[in-house]
Design a protein around this ligand. Structure first.
Ligand code: HEM
Length: 176
């Protein structure tokens, strides 16, 4: 019988500056939209890898006051080629997103600026037309923004969160 390999492989060099995202990030966020009340939330984002030029992506959020689970999503961030990375994400609301993100800067000052991604939707999903995301790593903090086109509001801001790296041992179920 062959023993399982337990040591973590190195981050694939083709990931370039995206390797700086590997780990778990947590922090506070604020959401808004013209159709809803402003709200506050806690977000946890995890990027993992297995040595291939792709990062697995998992996001969870909780209501900042009650700790109740809110939105969650998971997918993959595919390594950059010609300055473009690719994000594929599935959401529990029945939305599926495939986006191109323009990568600039290095590991210390990284920006992933997404194009507006048209969504594929299950029949029961809310009719969100497109989503645009931005990830920016500045001075050790990961800033996440999201805009969407919904209910006649074109490319309108929905979310902003500022996340800091955490030790995986600290990961909690309520995001605190
Ligand atoms: C791609 C990601 C997301 C999409 C497409 C999305 C879409 C939407 C839509 C369509 C609405 C309904 C607006 C209305 O009823 O007029 C909504 C509301 C809301 N979203 Fe998001 N959202 C996303 C991510 C998140 C995240 C990460 C959170 C984190 C807390 C969040 C929290 C909320 C809350 C609290 C509401 C108001 C209550 C509700 O309608 O459920 N959303 N979102």
């Amino acid at each position: 019988m062959t023993a399982a390999v337990t040591s973590e492989p190195p981050v694939h060099p083709a990931l370039g500056p995206l390797g700086a995202l590997v780990g778990t990030w947590r922090g506070d966020g604020e959401g808004a939209y013209p159709t809803i009340e402003r709200f506050r939330y806690v977000e946890e984002l995890t990027f993992t890898h297995d040595g291939r030029p792709v990062l697995a992506y998992r996001q969870r959020t909780w209501d900042a006051d009650s700790g109740a689970p809110l939105h969650a999503e998971s997918g993959f961030l595919r390594g950059p080629a010609d300055g473009r990375a690719e994000l594929v994400v599935a959401q529990p609301t029945g939305l599926v997103e495939a986006a191109v993100l323009h990568v600039s800067g290095g590991a210390d000052d990284l920006v992933l600026a997404g194009e507006r991604a048209t969504l594929t939707r299950t029949p029961g999903a809310r009719p969100v037309e497109d989503v645009r995301r931005r990830f920016a790593l500045h001075a050790g903090a990961l800033h996440v923004d999201l805009w969407m086109t919904f209910a006649g509001h074109v490319d309108t801001h929905h979310l902003h969160a500022t996340l800091l790296p955490i030790d995986p041992e600290e990961r909690g179920t309520d995001g605190r």
